[in-house]
Design a binder for this molecule. Structure first.
Ligand code: ADP
Ligand code: MG
Length: 226
């Protein structure tokens, strides 16, 4: 079993008016290919900090992160940006689509940034959008889409470069129950069929049955008991 994402002894402290506050305290996590892991925890427990570190957006105060076997620590900015582009897909609470790009263009932009050649990019974008049930919406602008459709475009965009690791921060928060289940079902499917690993921060109890593991962020660590 290959571990796609490993967080080893992660510590994160923030300075707050001269005081040091430890948000993550020797946190450990290993996620294998094919796994969908849910992370829960109250507001302020450090979930977004944890995802930012797992996603190489924030260098931790201590510890190491391995993305598909490669450490993010001590990398130059450009190297990190390349790792994020090729190894990671991010899905946020709101889809964060670019308002002036059509659905298909949202995916093609990522391909362009990632250096994928045009014909391959076009085929891949259409294939993903078809799988996500968006074939009829290729030329729509985000404002014309429903919340569920926007979130599916965001998933397509996150998958464009075929990343090893998908990170989602409350991806169902803006969706109704059935759309929320659909979105998490798609993430589960990506994990299992494409050998990715998915880590999803969520408050949504309804989607937990679709996850392989549910972890709780408590006192700066991940535990299996809420
Ligand atoms: P959650 O996503 O679980 O609500 P966060 O990771 O956003 O929690 O925040 C955890 C704690 O870390 C909070 O107390 C927050 O104020 C603090 N924190 C987060 N980012 C910073 C930062 N850049 N500087 C100082 N404190 C921060
Ligand atoms: Mg948060």
């Amino acid at each position: 079993m290959r571990h796609r994402l490993i967080l080893r002894n992660i510590t994160q402290t923030f300075e707050d008016g001269g005081m040091h506050r430890t948000v993550l305290d020797h946190l450990n996590l290993q996620v294998a290919e094919g796994e969908l892991v849910a992370v829960m925890g109250p507001s302020g427990s450090g979930k977004s900090t944890f995802l930012s570190i797992a996603g190489a957006l924030l260098e931790p105060t201590g510890g190491d992160v391995l993305l598909d076997g490669e450490s993010i620590i001590g990398k130059e900015k450009q190297e990190l940006a390349d790792m994020r582009l090729h190894k990671l897909g991010f899905i946020f609470q709101s889809a964060n689509l670019i308002p002036y790009l059509k659905v298909e263009e949202q995916l093609l932009l990522i391909a362009k940034l990632g250096g994928m050649d045009n014909s391959r990019a076009s085929g891949r974008a259409r294939g993903l959008l078809h799988k996500l049930g968006l074939s009829q919406r290729l030329s729509a602008y985000p404002e014309k889409l429903s919340g569920g459709e926007r979130q599916r475009v965001a998933i397509g965009r996150a998958l464009m470069m075929d990343p090893a690791v998908l990170l989602a921060d409350e991806p169902t928060a803006s969706l109704d129950a059935s759309r929320g289940m659909d979105v998490v079902q798609m993430l589960a499917c990506e994990a299992r069929e494409m050998g990715k690993c998915v880590v999803m921060v969520t408050h949504d109890e309804r989607v937990l049955t679709l996850c392989d593991r549910v972890l709780y962020l408590k006192n700066g660590r991940l535990t299996e008991n809420g």
